[in-house]
Design a protein around this ligand. Sequence first.
Ligand SMILES: Cc1cc2nc3c(=O)[nH]c(=O)nc-3n(C[C@H](O)[C@H](O)[C@H](O)COP(=O)(O)O)c2cc1C
Length: 256
Amino acid sequence: MSSNKETFGKTVGFVLAVCIVCALLVSFSAVQLKPLQQANKLLDQQTKILEAAGLLETAGKDVVGTYNKFVDARMIDLDSGEFIEGDVINFDERRNARDTSLSIKPENDIAGINRRSNSAVVYIIKDQAGAVDSVVLPIVGSGLWNLMFGYVGLEADLNTINSVIYSDHSETPGLGAEVLNPKWKALWPGKKIYDDEGNVEIRLVKGGAKANDIHGVDALSGATLTSNGVTHTLQFWFGEEGYEPFITKYRAEGVK
Ligand SMILES: Cc1cc2nc3c(=O)[nH]c(=O)nc-3n(C[C@H](O)[C@H](O)[C@H](O)COP(=O)(O)O)c2cc1C
């Protein structure tokens, strides 16, 4: 009887010891790996921004060096379109959107984001001589399954699109996830966001855009819901509750 008790006690003790060791290992790895995860996240973000700026080939393996050389990340106030001071490295649009003091509920939430941060980080791309070459603007909006995050690269005229690069989404492979297909991405360069009156005209066209349509891009086939999400995301972010105040201001003055 007593030896049974002893065996039971030992078993429980052993199980507890294993649990404690495992818990310590898991928390140790979580703490140890956090900086590495953050560094990888930053590297991934910088890679996507360089891709949107058309600088990924130039960068080769030196993403960080190329990013630091050509990209100037600046914070703006979305309502006024003015540059403001702020921590661009740790900026998180979705974290701000959860804080009612740092965000607004859009009047026309066509992108399905619920709340929009008052500020945004824009990426000014400089050429070798330090002049503004292009601008990369982050976007977020609902796809079919979840929010989709990406970047739009614009020429210095702040109207002509160089690229639409999605960085994070949960759309279905072969359907909505075709936003990552190089053939679809190749349809964007040269498309214009605004018409001559300043209306946001950019959109995806189900069945295919006409060859001379400067505002239309082919919708993703079999993925009308994701395509509508992309159209609404672009129309929101280039509209008056998105980057329009910034764009209007700096199209007139030129980004410095
Ligand atoms: C499992 C599953 C996953 C789907 N994923 C997507 C998707 O990622 N994006 C999308 O727009 N439609 C997706 N659809 C299809 C939509 O339900 C809908 O049929 C489609 O968007 C209509 O597009 P079409 O008019 O181009 O055929 C999915 C359907 C199923 C059954």
